[in-house]
Design a protein around this ligand. Structure first.
Ligand code: F0G
Length: 472
């Protein structure tokens, strides 16, 4: 490590590791549990758990940004990882043997075409698809699998719409742990499935949807040698919260007005909310960015709840409801977020309300066209990620985001995660319903506004030049 001011750094590196506890997030309970207890929900009331990082243990918080920054030049794997270089705020002690693929450190791109499309003067895209397994899941998985190894787990498991599975499979392979993944049969992008197979996971294809897989995971939770790596696992969230730190670092600690993320199982929004909140509590920022979550119209239980809540003019955190109507048959071509019963909805809702953000839906057409525009910026992403730009456009239209405000959209997966979708969009064959299970009445065809289909062309110079001329 090469700390420029070792003394200040040492003061700041009083890590939270030893002091952290697992705590029930429900204010009426708030029970605390030891950091190495293998639990996923509060044993007393069944509420969601999060890590209470005892931030008061950090004495010189103002020194942290410099320390984190200085690690960029180091060769220590803990410094090279965009998660572990924030280890002062992670619930592990310094000697923990970490399982890393050098995740994080992803780019924050300017995206002028996407900005214009959304009605903004500027827009930045934080591309979490540039992680080792090409999705944002890696920042959480490095922490969850490190915890699994510390607990002496034999097997790690998850339910997944594809990306969690690919990520867990890779980190489990690094840690030499057995890995089993539960996937809804026939509803996963082949590219994601291929990753899990390649990383050596036991792939269990379940008849049913993601929510059915998640229910099965709940049943496995009491097996002592099995460790669950879905985002109900609070250690996953600890890894993922570091993305908030990295965003602020990339913004030179100037707080963006809005951060916008897709919503599926709601781990990502919960994690970002926690990360920004910790920065505020440490005094490293003086306000929270407004955190907004975008769901696909056919899989949007939290957006529906939020709308009913907002229509009553009541968006106070204290009054947030304890019940939600889940969507029984979620439908969307953005298969990553085809989820009707998100496990982390309470944490996500709390984060959005605290920051005065929104939760809204976008249509299949809006997702598809926004995705193509992100591609035109030379960036690209998978369909679920494009809900962000589609959602920002809608929020701008509704006056909830102003054109000159600073906005960051978090892209969660790489464009190659779902090549069939991309190809169908550009060839004009994208539709929802044909291959869906359940009661889809008739297929919904997407006519892409930005199609770019390949052209069959004669093998001659002239034919090529003609084609270029035609498309100028
Ligand atoms: N974007 C992508 C590309 C995803 O894979 C997911 C979730 C989300 C957004 C939503 O994030 O669940 O934290 O709200 N994928 C999970 C999986 C469910 O199994 O891969 P979330």
């Amino acid at each position: 490590m090469s700390d420029p001011n070792p003394k200040a750094a040492r003061r700041a590196t009083a890590t939270v590791g030893a002091e952290a506890v697992q705590r029930c997030v429900l204010p009426s309970c708030a029970a605390g549990y030891g950091i190495r207890e293998q639990i996923y929900v509060c044993p007393r009331c069944g509420g969601p758990l999060e890590i209470d990082c005892a931030l008061e243990a950090i004495k010189q918080a103002r020194d942290l940004p410099k320390l984190w920054d200085s690690r960029a030049a180091s060769h220590d794997p803990r410094d090279r990882s965009g998660v572990w270089r924030y280890r002062e705020l992670l619930p592990f002690d310094d000697r923990a043997p970490i399982v890393t693929l050098l995740e994080g450190n992803t780019p924050l791109y300017e995206a002028p075409r996407s900005a214009k499309y959304a009605g903004l003067s500027a827009l930045r895209l934080k591309h979490q698809g540039c992680n080792p397994t090409s999705s944002f899941k890696d920042t959480g998985m490095t922490a969850a699998v490190t915890q699994a190894a510390l607990l002496g787990a034999r097997t790690v498991v998850c339910a997944s719409t594809g990306n969690t599975a690919a990520s867990l499979a890779a980190y489990a392979a690094r840690a030499e742990l057995q890995c089993a993944i539960l996937l809804p049969q026939g509803q996963i992008s082949p590219a994601k499935l291929a990753q899990s197979m390649d990383y050596g996971a036991i792939v269990c294809e379940i008849p049913g949807n993601f929510d059915d897989c998640m229910r099965l995971i709940g049943e496995l939770a009491d097996e002592p040698l099995i460790y669950i790596a879905n985002s109900i696992n609070p250690f996953r969230i600890e890894g993922q919260k570091t993305v908030a730190f990295e965003i602020l670092e990339q913004c030179e600690w100037r707080v963006p007005d809005h951060v916008v993320v897709p919503g599926g199982n709601m781990g990502n929004s919960s994690a970002l909310g926690k990360g920004f909140d910790e920065m505020l509590r440490l005094g490293l920022i003086d306000r929270l960015p407004k955190l907004s979550v975008i769901q696909a119209e056919g899989a949007a239980p939290l957006a529906h709840l939020f709308a009913s809540f907002e229509s009553k003019g009541d968006t106070e955190v204290e009054n947030f409801p304890s019940q939600i109507d889940f969507v029984q048959h979620p439908r969307t071509l953005a298969t990553a977020i085809k989820i009707g019963a998100p496990v982390s909805w309470k944490k996500a809702l709390r984060a959005v309300l605290r920051s005065h953000g929104s939760i809204i839906t976008v249509t299949e057409q809006e997702i598809a066209d926004a995705k193509a525009i992100i591609g035109r910026d030379g960036i690209g992403c998978e369909p679920a990620s494009a809900t962000t730009v589609a959602g920002i456009r809608k929020l701008v239209g509704a006056g909830k985001i102003r054109a000159e405000e600073s906005v960051i959209a978090v892209l969660t997966g790489h464009v190659l995660k779902d090549p069939d979708y991309v190809s169908n969009y550009h060839r004009g064959t994208l539709s929802l319903g044909l291959t869906e299970q359940g009661s889809a009445p008739k297929p919904l065809h997407i006519t892409g506004a930005f199609r770019n289909a390949p052209e069959k062309i004669a093998a001659s110079k002239n034919a090529i030049l003609e084609s270029l001329e035609r498309r100028r």
